[in-house]
Design a protein around this ligand. Structure first.
Ligand SMILES: NC(=O)c1ccc[n+]([C@@H]2O[C@H](COP(=O)([O-])OP(=O)(O)OC[C@H]3O[C@@H](n4cnc5c(N)ncnc54)[C@H](OP(=O)(O)O)[C@@H]3O)[C@@H](O)[C@H]2O)c1
Length: 290
């Protein structure tokens, strides 16, 4: 209660509504994890802008609170256009979820520089490009969330997916460093590390050109078919949505969250506690190498 005669200023019109309806930008929301998270957040009242390379301009309404906006994370111009549109329309972006990505399969030796760069261009430089456009607006308000979708492949080097793993290891390093840089600005930085999830990721996996006819072909196919089997029997992408809703309610979220089948959480734990040689041997055995 205020002392008699003291007037407490009222917040500006729309203040409470603006704070409640948090604005989310999620890249790669046309399928899989991005689509599931976008729908679940929109159902809870968040204003969600999902991106796809194929979306049209101006944004289209998918359902109440969920709009699809065109963006290619490899194209700076398309990122600027989408971010400026959202800022003009909503006045802010509270939560950025860097989710767009794809998988590349093929041995290190068979992968060309161009193929390796394309993998990094989307999975790693794409994350950097979007963060650079969104951050100035978040910094100004001294609040926000940057949530980067990594992978179990960003913790464990996956055989015959070396550049996919490398791009996610890179996302892990960037995000951990960013956590420190943004702490003084009150911006929360989070890594989501999914294990196998049933999405379009498996069908969309790109195989390097040389992979069909190389000394590695037979082994690569054996190993990748195990990875694909695990993905098609994986958890549903809604599991990531449930995790997101939970961590967005936390006052002090952690840097890293794993999500997916529990055996993969065990694998990550084993990597931490087992002697390295034993862990590497177990991974090799699992993927039937040699
Ligand atoms: N599924 C899994 O088992 C799994 C496991 C660990 C981590 N992940 C990670 O989770 C994220 C989402 O994958 P998902 O499983 O949901 O796969 P998905 O169903 O294939 O969805 C990938 C999304 O990324 C978008 N995308 C791809 N390249 C893009 C680009 N250059 N610019 C903008 N958007 C782009 C696609 O949108 P358009 O094609 O419409 O542009 C699509 O919406 C990825 O980062 C992936 O590495 C997945």
């Amino acid at each position: 209660m205020s002392p008699p005669g003291v007037q407490i200023p009222l917040p500006p019109p729309g203040f409470y509504i603006m704070e409640k309806e948090r604005v989310v930008l999620i890249t790669g929301a046309s399928s899989g994890i991005g689509l599931a998270c976008a729908k679940m957040l929109a159902d809870k009242g968040y204003i969600v802008y999902g991106t796809s390379r194929k979306a049209s301009y101006p944004p289209t309404t998918v359902k109440k609170n969920f709009y699809m906006i065109q963006m290619d994370v490899t194209d700076e111009g398309s990122i600027k256009r989408a971010v400026n549109f959202i800022i003009e329309k909503e006045g802010k972006i509270d939560i950025l979820i860097n989710n767009a990505g794809f998988g590349l399969a093929g041995s290190v030796e068979d992968t060309s520089m161009k193929e390796a760069f394309e993998q990094f261009n989307t999975n790693f430089f794409g994350v950097h490009r979007v963060i650079k456009e969104v951050l100035p607006f978040m910094r100004e308000r001294r609040k926000g969330y940057i949530i980067n979708v990594s992978s179990i492949g960003g913790i464990i080097g996956l055989p015959f997916q070396p550049f996919y793993s490398a791009s996610k290891f890179a996302v892990e390093g960037l995000t951990e460093a960013l956590w420190h840089e943004l702490r003084p600005f009150g911006i929360k930085v989070i890594l989501i590390e999914p294990g196998d999830l049933k999405t379009e990721f498996t069908q969309r996996r790109v195989f390097v050109e040389k992979s069909q006819k190389s000394p590695y072909s037979a082994q690569m196919q054996k190993t990748i078919s195990i990875a694909q089997r695990d993905e098609t029997h994986g958890s549903s992408p809604e599991k990531v949505g449930k995790l997101l809703l939970k961590l967005l309610r936390k006052k002090n979220p952690k840097l890293r969250y794993q999500v997916g089948p529990s055996y993969e959480k065990v694998a990550v734990l084993l990597k931490r506690i087992l002697p390295e040689k034993i862990f590497l041997w177990a991974i090799s055995k699992y993927y039937k190498i040699g």
